[in-house]
Design a protein around this ligand. Structure first.
Ligand SMILES: Nc1ncnc2c1ncn2[C@@H]1O[C@H](COP(=O)(O)OP(=O)(O)O)[C@@H](O)[C@H]1O
Ligand SMILES: Cc1cn([C@H]2C[C@H](O)[C@@H](COP(=O)(O)OP(=O)(O)O)O2)c(=O)[nH]c1=O
Length: 670
């Protein structure tokens, strides 16, 4: 079996793109620019804080202003950026864009006024609005098409992954500035001056690297219509979100998760001063938000495998809000930093589950628009939170209450604003939890401490199930997958339910023959269960034990969906019988081919007994399949079954690869 080759696929992919000289250079330039850009966010906040004069309100208003101006150009000029970028030479735009941003950063401490900080910030972001689409349009011209996905992953990882090193660098430079002024008598205008120069050098170095790239072919044009249609996108997506309950809960929640993280970034600088820390303290808080977000996104959902994803989403928000409330009450820098990691962790859990659920819940035809809208809403929310947070804090001001002659309580505007934001996050979280609670009878305690979900995964072989409504393309995809895997050297068993055993064939005839007439619902469930028992014991398990890849066209989910949701039996009843019949064996991966019932049914001419059921039966079945997938994203792939046969086959193959690799490792270990 060529398993180890498959194991290496993404590693080879990365190695392959990094062997491309110009991609390497683009990546280096992007890394330097991203690092400088994140440091820039910290530095302009610190600079505004220092230059704004003494008062608590002035400092907060200055920070509110500069953060708002930083986000504004992306919203206002953003749509125009792609249009302008399309008309300029790519390499020149990349180089000049970085040099200009570097020059603007260097000019901030040289001019040294608040007004110039504002102007320079707008200039920097306006240049960035043209630079970003140029960068995104350049990457496809540097790598072969089949490596584009890898390249995009690297692009994203570099852009966001540089936040943490940027925070570390910011802290180091802040400390060096402090040392220089204490021991070498080197006094600067503000504590962030040196940082600004370091940022400028970062951008200039990025520009220099871009200059060494070969001429970049113009290639495909930047999707201008994507950008120009922003307003229409927002309106279309808005109507959809407004009318769909679960989606509305998700979107509000996702924006809320960003708000909770954003408020810490917006208020972090002033809050650090409140706690007796300075720029370095702010850098720490900022880094902690990202550390928490990253950890939450990676590990969070995995550490809570038993909790329903829909519940987890709301719970993450509530926990983030509660953590923020605690942060608002304490006055200790070290404790605050630890709690900010926790805050980021919970916000990260909500963000990643929300994003995954949104992909599953949103109807295919509006998915693109909805995601675009969510991105815009996040940007707007961040702009508002980054600006409003400090503004509210400034308005509230710092207060000190004398309790006794010796004790007093200081409560600052920043802490108070955290408390307001915490309350908002908790309210949004509770409402999302209520709206999306898919296990109303089960208490949270039962969910966390109850027995693990029933089921076992075969130690040997790889078990794949294809599920979906009638005519979704299950048999077609099962065949394509089996062929592709056989070509790759795998030992494959292609099978189906009901009817792939001698007894099963008889059961199938009873079940699907229109002449059978109506069956008691429990009889029907038991006959399907009997077919499965025979199938698992005599076909599936022996093949898995022999190390094969078993692909089944329909499995347990079909029973849960058809007998459990379509009929009057409850899902629990059907699940009890079916899991018992299959000896709890679960597929390593279930592929759900998702399509509206009328599209699937339209692919046939002569319906069988179940296919002749009314459309709302099939709609309930479809909803049920989607719920099963949403509750366990790790073991499911939901594919839009409108796509072409080849597109779908490629998506299935890609998602299966890690599972195949795991099977090979399991086999090697045993
Ligand atoms: N991606 C697709 N686009 C359009 N038609 C398809 C696609 N996949 C399969 N079909 C066609 O739809 C019909 C049903 O496909 P089939 O694989 O038998 O579905 P299922 O097993 O889910 O009932 C067949 O005629 C098949 O050729
Ligand atoms: C496996 C299974 C199938 N079914 C139904 C779904 C289908 O209508 C029918 C299976 O027929 P099948 O020929 O597999 O249909 P398709 O080509 O759409 O996959 O049996 C159940 O109701 N419960 C089950 O557990």
């Amino acid at each position: 079996m060529s398993g180890s080759a498959i194991d290496d696929v993404s590693a080879t992919g990365l190695r392959a793109i990094f062997r491309i000289r110009d991609f390497r250079r683009m990546w280096t330039a992007l890394g330097l620019a991203s690092l400088a850009d994140w440091m820039g966010l910290l530095a302009i906040t610190a600079f505004a804080n220092d230059i704004a004069g003494g008062g608590y309100a002035e400092k907060n208003f200055a920070i509110a202003g500069v953060l708002f101006l930083r986000v504004l150009p992306a919203l206002v000029i953003g749509p125009l950026g792609g249009y302008i970028a399309d008309r300029l030479d790519r390499r020149t735009t990349l180089v000049v864009g970085l040099v200009l941003r570097g020059a603007c950063f260097a000019s901030i401490p040289l001019v040294g006024t608040l007004w110039w900080l504002f102007v320079a910030t707008v200039l920097i972001e306006a240049v960035n609005a043209v630079w970003l689409p140029t960068k995104d349009a350049t990457i496809p011209n540097l790598v072969p098409t089949e490596r584009l996905e890898d390249a995009n992953r690297v692009n994203l990882a570099t852009t966001y992954g540089s936040a943490l090193p940027a925070a570390a660098l910011f802290i180091i430079v802040a400390d060096i500035t402090e040392l220089l002024s204490t021991y070498a008598g080197w006094t600067t205008g503000t504590s962030a001056d040196l940082t600004m120069y370091v940022i400028a050098v970062g951008f200039l170095a990025g520009g220099a690297v871009c200059q060494t790239m070969r001429d970049i072919p113009r290639g495909s044009s930047i999707a201008a219509e994507d950008q120009a249609g922003l307003v229409r996108t927002i309106l279309d997506g808005w109507a959809y979100i407004r009318d769909t309950d679960v989606v509305r809960g998700l979107v509000v929640g996702i924006v809320g998760a960003f708000g909770a993280g954003g408020v810490v970034i917006g208020l972090g600088r002033v809050y650090a001063t409140d706690l007796g820390a300075d720029d370095a303290g702010y850098g720490v808080l900022f880094g902690c938000v990202f550390l928490g977000l990253g950890t939450g996104m990676w590990l969070g959902p995995r550490t809570l495998p038993r909790v329903s994803r829909r519940r987890l989403f709301g719970l993450g928000l509530i926990a983030a809000g509660a953590t923020l409330a605690v942060i608002s009450l304490i006055g200790n820098m070290v404790l605050a930093a630890v709690l900010v990691v926790v805050l980021g962790y919970f916000a990260g859990i909500s963000w990643i589950t929300g994003y995954t659920l949104l992909g599953l819940e949103v109807a295919d035809d509006v998915r693109g628009r909805t995601f675009a809208l969510v991105q815009s809403l996040i940007r707007i929310a961040l702009a508002l939170v980054l600006a409003l947070g400090p503004a509210v804090a400034g308005l509230i001001g710092a207060h000190r209450w004398r309790i006794t002659d010796h004790a007093s309580l200081t409560y600052s505007g920043a802490q108070f604003t955290f408390l307001i934001a915490a309350a908002v996050a908790v309210v949004v979280g509770v409402s999302a939890y209520r709206r999306m609670n898919d296990r109303p009878g089960v208490t949270l305690r039962e969910e966390l401490t109850g027995p693990p979900p029933r089921g076992r995964y075969s130690e040997r072989g790889t078990f794949v199930a294809l599920e979906g409504g009638e005519g979704a393309g299950k048999s077609t995809q099962a065949r394509l997958l089996a062929d592709a895997l056989r070509d790759g050297g795998y030992d494959v068993l292609l099978t189906h339910e009901p009817g792939d055993t001698p007894v099963g064939a008889t059961l199938r005839k009873i079940l699907l023959d229109v002449e059978t007439g109506t069956l008691s619902h429990r009889t029907e469930a038991l006959l399907y269960a009997a077919d499965k028992a025979e199938h698992v014991d005599t076909v599936v398990q022996p093949a898995l034990d022999a190390g094969k890849v078993v692909i089944t066209d329909r499995y347990v989910d079909s029973a849960l969906a058809y007998q459990g949701a379509g009929r009057e039996l409850t899902r629990d009843e059907v699940e009890d019988v079916t899991r018992w019949a299959t000896a709890q064996l679960r597929p390593h991966l279930t592929v759900l081919l998702d399509v509206e019932p009328d599209v699937g049914l339209g692919r046939f001419d002569s319906p069988d007994r179940l296919e002749s059921e009314p459309v709302d039966f099939h709609t309930r079945v479809r909803d049920s399949f989607r719920e099963l997938a949403a509750a366990d994203p790790e073991h499911y792939l939901v594919v839009d079954a409108h796509g072409s046969r080849d597109e779908i086959a490629a998506a299935v193959r890609a998602r299966l690869e890690p599972h195949l690799a795991r099977a090979v490792r399991r086999q090697e270990q045993s």
